[in-house]
Each structure stands twice: as structure tokens, then as C-alpha cells.
Design a protein around this ligand. Sequence first.
Ligand SMILES: Cc1cc2nc3c(=O)[nH]c(=O)nc-3n(C[C@H](O)[C@H](O)[C@H](O)COP(=O)(O)O)c2cc1C
Length: 350
Amino acid sequence: MIYNENALILAPLSGYTDIPYRHSARRHGCRYAFTEMIDAGALVFANKRTARMTERAPDEQWLGAQILGSEPTTLEKAVKILNQCNFDVIDFNLGCPAPKVLRKGEGAKLAENISKASRCIETIAKISVHPVSAKIRIIDENDPAPTIMLAKKIAEAGAEAITVHARIKENFYSGTVQHHIIKEIKNALQIQIIANGGVKDLQSYCEIRTKTLCDKIMVARGAMGNPWIFSQISEDRNTPPSPTEIADEIQAHIEEMASCYGIEKGLVLARKIILDYLKGKGFPRQLKTRVIKISNIQELNLFTREIRELSHLSPCGRRSPPAPPCPAPAKKTPAGSDLVGVDNIVPEQP
Ligand SMILES: Cc1cc2nc3c(=O)[nH]c(=O)nc-3n(C[C@H](O)[C@H](O)[C@H](O)COP(=O)(O)O)c2cc1C
């Protein structure tokens, strides 16, 4: 089994889920996390930036690597490199909708060619010393059959778990999350199915669990600028972070980026991360426009001090509406369960 019961997983996020990003999530209780998507070809051809993506900090308890590719020989070589690293799972990307990925017949495009996608999984599973999983999108919004077929074939090929992002590739990251398709896939397969799409707070977390019957949930954009989502869900509460908590988190996260990448590059990469932390929390516009000007640690210190001084905004900005009680009689946390506050969710019956 790859995941314990009630696992809440930080998604692979290209351009985001590096070590500082994962550390920030882990400070708030995230156990399961992934690297950014690693291009198999770039890894094999010794691209320095790609090699860096395979790094795992010594304090990371659980880490999955995600790879992207479509050529069995390249995948084979890439997996041999990943075999030298310490990972808990190797996840194969069959869901990326980016045009440059689709043009190469990879990601969500490869998923349309079920036999080729299965051959890739077979190759990875044969070589990998780590367990293998896959991340897919749904193929049809109305008919679960094609996605069930894909999931079955890749499970037969060796995937021990499958994450289903319940949006079609044409919808990229918007549009309705088709919970019912995830539920059908879960019913049809024996392996672990992880539900993904639209989890941004306790309420949407409860909704996806109830509607998909899955207890393993992956969160992506809901964790951007919001590592507190992990503790909010595990502690079954909606309390937003205070300006001081936000300032402390920005300070720790961005200082780590600066020490990982060097001050200059680190602070440029940090801009979108800082803006994510400020988004939707009621901070004044002029604070956001200053982000671009932070070019050394002293300026970062001043910036976070200003955020702390805005504590009259506390609790921060827009409050999420109270989550409806997760529909459940309370019961004890089962052994091996990762969440304390939400194990009493009883999914809707099929
Ligand atoms: C900026 C960004 C980068 C992403 N990078 C990856 C990636 O590297 N690998 C992957 O499988 N999915 C990637 N995704 C998709 C997410 O993992 C997730 O499936 C999707 O955002 C839906 O979940 P959400 O509605 O909770 O955001 C990315 C999404 C975004 C917005």
C-alpha cells in the first residue's frame, strides 16, 4: 500500500513543489508530497536543473517523484537514475495538458493511446525499485467507461495507485470536477485511487470525499500560498492564518529559497510565491506591487514586518464560510490513518 488511510497529498506542481515549497507545507502537517514533474529526457541528458528536482531533504519523511515521457527506452534510463535516489513512489504523468507536452505525445495525449501508455508503465514498473503509480485526467465528462478502461489497463501494467484529476484535458484547470467519474473508477478497481480537483478548503475537501468515496485526496492549487490547508483539514477547522503567521511563513519559505537558489535567483523565483501568500486575504494593493522590488534579505525583512503590522486585519481577509459538518457519526481514528479530525467522514453510498 502506497498511502495510509485518509492520506492528504500535496500534488506535483511544476515550478512550485521544490524543497522550500514542500518544507512550507510540511510545517503545517503535510506528510505526502511530490517533486515537480521531471522530464525523463532532460534527466537522462543530465540537465542540471532537472537533476536538482530529484533532491530530497533529509527531514522529508515521504516523497514521490513524478516523471513525464513517452519513449520506453528514455523512460528506462530515467528510472535507472531515479533508482539511485530515495523515493517512496515513482508517479507517471498521464494528465499534463500543456500544448508543448501534448505535441510530444506525452502527458494527457499519451493517455489517449492506452496501449502505449500501458507499455510505458510496464517499462517503468519492470525497472523501478520503487512502487509505481500514475496520475491521469478523466477522458470523458459524461461517460466513465473510457477513463475506467485507461485506469484498468495501467493498473494491469503495474500501477499500484492512480490519482484521478476529474477534469478533461480541454478544460485545463477550470470547469466542473466530475466527482462521479472518480467514484466509478474507485468502484471498478482494487488498487488505491486518489481523488483530485477543486480542493481549496475544508468544505471542498469534505465534498470530494463524500462524492467520490475516496479517503485519499490530492490538493494542488488549494495549497498555493496556503500551506495551512493541511492543518485546517486534519484539525477539522476553518480558522484562517493571522498576518503574523503569514509573515512568518513567507519569511521562512523565501529565506530557504534564497539559500537554495542564491539571493538573486531565489528572490525572483519567490515573487509568485509571495503573491500567492497574499492573495485573497485582504492585503492592500500597494503591498502586492512592492513584491517585485524585494531584492535582498533586508527588504524581505522589512516587507514581512509590514505584514505583521497589519494585524488589525486579523483574522486575515475573507473568512471561508464554515464547513458543513462532514456527514458522519464520530468514530475512533483507525490505525494507520493520517488525519485526526476527518476520519469520521462517511461517504455517500453508491
Ligand atoms: C501551476 C501548476 C503546475 C502543475 N504541475 C503539475 C505537474 O508537474 N504534474 C502533475 O501531474 N500535475 C500538475 N498540475 C496539476 C495539479 O497537480 C492538479 O492535478 C490540478 O491543479 C487539479 O487540482 P486542483 O483543482 O486542486 O488545483 C499542475 C497544476 C498547476 C496549476
